[in-house]
Design a protein around this ligand. Structure first.
Ligand code: DLL
Length: 433
């Protein structure tokens, strides 16, 4: 279902006009209200009067995660503090958290964005949404909650964890839609299997999954374990939370809510715009936010735009599902490798579970060594070493041919790699320690 056809199916030129008008307003507001942006614009000698077309956005300065941290907690606020009604944060691994401070209008934009997102995943007022994204400072729980409520669905605000209780509620309340990280969806399915629950017999028929990288193969795995449709949803705290872009029934690229979030793809090194179809770093400008609007925010997420019209009828620009993040990329003996490539290759090996851990270290020779720990499926795991040895060299062969690097594979017993209830940790890079 299309939640808001007026905006989601808008004539492309009309949308561009709207974006340009909002961009000019934004630049004016940021210049007046946020000293950080005034300084940056003065340095470049650019003002709102210099923005005549959307392409002129290139004249404006970028914002980086470091800028957000340096302005923690309220330095980027663009409205009086008493207009803020809610705050979210994401901590990341280093330094101060990044903060998003919402006015009521910002919350309304978020509700609308998430209503579009979940409607595209099939959510209606008849649904019972089991929301297992974490609630709290993380945007996942509240974002999906707002979206489901806006659509008039019934929400079960489970938050993440306590998997036995998740399964009980899922059965007793007849949940029809699941919202959580893809890795948690897999974890729940394993626990269901152990408890003798056949998820395919439950009323669950769809889910919106995101907040971490996942592959097409992982989608298929979730869809077959649950007997459901699994949709990819994307977003980040700095921009609004989940609801920045989402898949429709075509499951081929994510529609960007571009009347709210203006997207660009740039070369991460030169900062220059890349032609359509070329992979690069995703950048967003929040066109309509009031609390902490951002200009040309560098997400570090890597994707490309898909301009061809979508069969669903939406005219919004699509982005390919993420390939990874510029800061996730591992450089192994000079070769660039994304964890998502390893995951993708692994899924083609029938004997393994979709559970893995990549450990990178500097060997005695001071060269980078990669150990890939992979869980073997119960039915293939045995004490007989010959079979396992053959499987190990098969996986090493696949990795070598797909990634062009040598990976040492360590097969581990089922259920030995730590499961996550939120975002999965797939890489341990000991080289930085
Ligand atoms: O993860 C917001 C979110 C919640 C999105 C629930 C979807 C569902 P942060 O914690 O700020 O916000 O993390 C944002 O997570 O820059 C991406 O690197 C990654 N990410 C989010 N969605 C996806 C996705 C939330 N669908 C960071 N695929 C982003 C791959 C994703 N990576």
């Amino acid at each position: 279902m299309i939640f808001n056809p007026e905006y989601e199916c808008m004539d492309i030129d009309a949308r561009k006009k709207l974006q340009l008008a909002n961009l000019k307003n934004l630049v004016e507001t940021l210049y007046e209200k946020v000293p950080f942006y005034r300084r940056k614009m003065d340095e470049r000698g650019v003002r709102s009067a210099d923005i005549h077309s959307l392409a002129d956005i290139e004249k404006l300065p970028f914002t980086t995660k470091d800028d957000l941290r340096e302005n923690y907690p309220h330095g980027l606020l663009a409205c009086p503090k008493d207009r803020i009604v809610e705050v979210h944060m994401s901590s990341g691994t280093t330094g101060k958290p990044v903060v998003d401070e919402y006015t009521q209008k910002d919350i309304d934009i978020w509700r609308e964005s998430m209503a579009r997102t979940m409607a595209a995943g099939g959510c209606t007022r008849d649904d019972i949404v089991q929301n297992c994204y974490g609630y709290g400072l993380f945007t996942g729980g509240p974002g999906a909650h707002y979206g489901a409520m806006t659509l008039g669905a019934e929400v079960l605000p489970m938050s993440s964890g306590n998997t036995a209780r998740q399964l009980m509620v899922m059965q007793d309340f007849g949940s029809t839609m699941l919202t959580c990280t893809p890795s948690y969806a897999l974890y729940v399915s394993e626990e269901a299997e152990d408890a003798g629950i056949d998820l395919k017999k439950l009323p669950l028929s769809k889910g919106c999954f995101g907040a971490e990288p996942w592959s097409e193969n992982m989608r298929r795995e979730i869809e077959s374990r649950y007997g459901m449709k699994a949709y990819d949803i994307y977003g980040l705290t700095e921009i609004i939370g989940p609801g920045v872009s989402f898949e429709c029934e075509a499951q081929n690229g994510l529609h960007i809510n571009e009347d709210f979030f203006y997207p660009e793809i740039i070369d991460p090194v030169s900062g220059k715009a890349l032609p359509d179809g070329e992979k690069g770093e995703l950048v967003f400008t929040t066109l309509t936010k009031e609390g902490t609007p951002l200009l040309r925010y560098r997400t570090r997420d890597i994707t490309f735009f898909m301009r061809e019209p979508c069969s669903c009828g939406r005219t919004t620009l699509k982005m390919h599902r993420l390939f990874g993040r510029t800061d996730d990329m591992l450089i192994i003996r000079g070769v660039n490798v994304f964890p998502s490539q390893i995951e993708h290759a692994l899924f083609e090996i029938e004997e393994t579970e979709p559970q893995y851990l990549i450990v990178v270290d500097r060997g005695e020779s001071h060269l980078d060594d990669v150990e890939l720990q992979v869980e073997v499926k119960k039915e293939f795991f045995s004490d007989e070493t010959r079979g396992l040895e053959a499987l190990r060299s098969k996986i090493e062969g696949v990795m070598k041919s797909k990634l062009q690097i040598a990976v040492k594979v360590k097969l581990v017993e089922p259920k030995t790699i730590e499961r996550s209830i939120g975002k999965a940790k797939r890489v341990i890079d000991r080289r930085q320690l």
